[in-house]
Structures are given as C-alpha cells and as structure tokens.
Design a protein around this ligand. Structure first.
Ligand SMILES: NC(=O)c1ccc[n+]([C@@H]2O[C@H](COP(=O)([O-])OP(=O)(O)OC[C@H]3O[C@@H](n4cnc5c(N)ncnc54)[C@H](OP(=O)(O)O)[C@@H]3O)[C@@H](O)[C@H]2O)c1
Length: 264
C-alpha cells in the first residue's frame, strides 16, 4: 500500500514528548520527512520525560526520516530558523503541525502578566509566525496543510456543579485555544483559493501525556478515562492528507473526525 505522506515534508512542534511525538512518529511511518521541534534535545534539560533526540532515534530506527531542531517557540528568530532548517534539509514544507503549547493552571488573580505574555507567545504567536513563514511556498505550489492543535478548553469550563471537581485556573489556556480556533477559520478562509487546508484538532478526551500527568488530569499514562494518543495522530494524518476543497476551516475533534470518515 502506498504511504500517505510519501515525499512530503512535515514540521511538528512540541515533538519531544506527548501528542507531538506521536504525530511525528506516525507521519514518518507514512513516508514524510519530519522536522521535530521543541526545547528539550537531551535528557536532563526538562523535568518532564521526552527528548527530541529520542523521537528522532525512534523514527530513524523504524526506517523513517527525521531531524531535530532545538528551539524556543517564544522566540521569533527561532521560529524563522525552524522553517529555514526545514528548507535547508528537505527543500520545502508541505505540512505544518502547530502542536506545542504550555498550560499553567493558575487562577487569574495570581496570573502574572509575564505568564500571560509567555502563554500567548508559545500557544498563539508561534503558530501565527510559523504559518506566515510557510504560507508563501504553499501558495506558490497551491498545496499544503496546516493543523493547529486545540483543546475543548476553548469552549469554556461550563457552569454548574462540576466547577468543584474540574481543575480551575485554565482560563488563559482556554482563551488562547479559542484564539487558535478563530485563527484557523480565518486562515482557512484566506487560503481556500490556494488549495491549502487549515484545520484545528483537539482530542475528545484527555490524552495521557507527560503534560497531563504532571497537571494530574490523568492518574497514569494508561489511565482508562483517557484517549490513546494514536487517535490524535491518526486524525492529524487524516487532516494532513484530506482534500483542502472538502475539509478546511474545521474545528475538529479526533474521535468525531475519525468516525465521520469511517476510521473508528
Ligand atoms: N493531552 C491532552 O489531553 C490534551 C487535551 C487538549 C489539548 N491538548 C493539546 O495538545 C498539544 C500537546 O499536548 P501534550 O499533552 O502532548 O503536551 P505536553 O506533554 O506538555 O508536551 C508539550 C510539548 O510542547 C513543547 N513546548 C512547550 N513549550 C515550548 C516552547 N517554548 N518551545 C518549543 N516547544 C515547546 C514541549 O517540549 P519542550 O518542553 O521540550 O520544549 C513538548 O514537546 C497541546 O497543544 C495541548 O494544548 C492536549
């Protein structure tokens, strides 16, 4: 069976661990050359497990093609360098997955403006910058896919009795995720005529990752209340390969999307 991303080049941010690493591994298995980006290159550089080196090692051990770019998404020059590295090593970018995000569960009364700026920089400004850096070549080729990883937090915490059991303090996180969804829809509208698909993707349930484990959103990496990360990866693959004329501007949820296309 032909691989779905043969000869394609994909950037995946936040691929040192969690959902990003899972997406990078699946894209590479499907033939893409993958540029994995994050801050953690080596063990010991971050308190959470997972490194870019390990993701690249797993991909190449399985016969795939990947390079690591150590960078900080909060830094505009680093965002530019990431796309330049993709061009230098592989010549183009066909798929951009804006997956990385930070999330601090801090109530607004204690949320420093430095936290606000840092969260906006990584979760919203970086996806905007990276999109801006890859769009010109996509427009020229009239082909491309941009996937912005979002969250059900964009819909708000809701009201009612469960406010006592849900983790509080995710207000800014929900705000930036609402922002990335609006950005997705606007960009999809702008790029429709160029055959470029722009979609957002969120999991239907909490995905056990080093991040969600740290925030105690799940009890373990195999917490049965969670959604396996493969579903996000498979849904991202679907969005990376779908016809942009038929599937763009969607605020998609992993399991709903896979069901819609008969894949779950
Ligand atoms: N897991 C879930 O249940 C869930 C639910 C809804 C939405 N999401 C979304 O899914 C995405 C991935 O979540 P996850 O649970 O896999 O997260 P995670 O385990 O916390 O991993 C986050 C990734 O982002 C990278 N990152 C963070 N700050 C960065 C920076 N300044 N520069 C470069 N890279 C940075 C981290 O790498 P370094 O630390 O090495 O830089 C890491 O690879 C996020 O957008 C999240 O909002 C997840």
């Amino acid at each position: 069976m032909p691989k779905q991303l043969e000869d394609k080049v994909a950037i995946v941010t936040g691929a040192s661990r969690g959902i990003g690493a899972e997406i990078a591994r699946l894209f590479a298995r499907e033939g893409a050359s993958v540029i994995v980006a994050a801050r953690t290159m080596e063990e010991g550089q971050h308190f959470l497990p997972g490194t870019l080196k390990a993701t690249v090692k797993e991909i190449t051990a399985a016969g795939g093609n990947a390079i690591a770019v150590q960078m900080d998404l909060a830094n505009e020059a680093d965002c530019k360098r990431l796309v330049e590295e993709a061009h230098k090593n592989f010549g183009s970018v066909d798929v951009l997955v804006n997956n990385a995000a930070v999330n601090w569960y801090i109530p607004i009364k204690d949320f420093k403006v430095s936290h606000w700026r840092a969260m906006l920089a990584v979760d919203l400004t970086a996806p905007f910058l990276l999109a801006q850096f890859v769009i010109p070549e996509m427009i020229e080729r009239k082909r491309g896919a941009i996937i912005n990883i979002s969250s059900g937090a964009s819909r708000g915490p809701g009201a009612g009795p469960d406010y006592k059991t849900k983790p509080r303090g995710g207000t800014v996180y929900g705000t930036v995720k609402a922002g990335i969804e609006r950005f997705t829809q606007g960009l999809a509208h702008e790029l429709f005529e160029y055959n470029i698909a722009v979609n957002s993707l969120a999991p239907n349930k909490v995905v056990p990752t080093p991040g969600t484990l740290h925030h105690k959103l799940v009890d373990s990496m195999d917490d049965p209340r969670g959604e396996p990360p493969e579903l996000m990866a498979r849904a991202a693959l679907l969005l990376a390969t779908a016809d942009p004329k038929k599937l763009t501007g969607r605020i998609a949820y992993s399991q709903d999307l896979l069901k819609e296309f008969g894949m779950l």
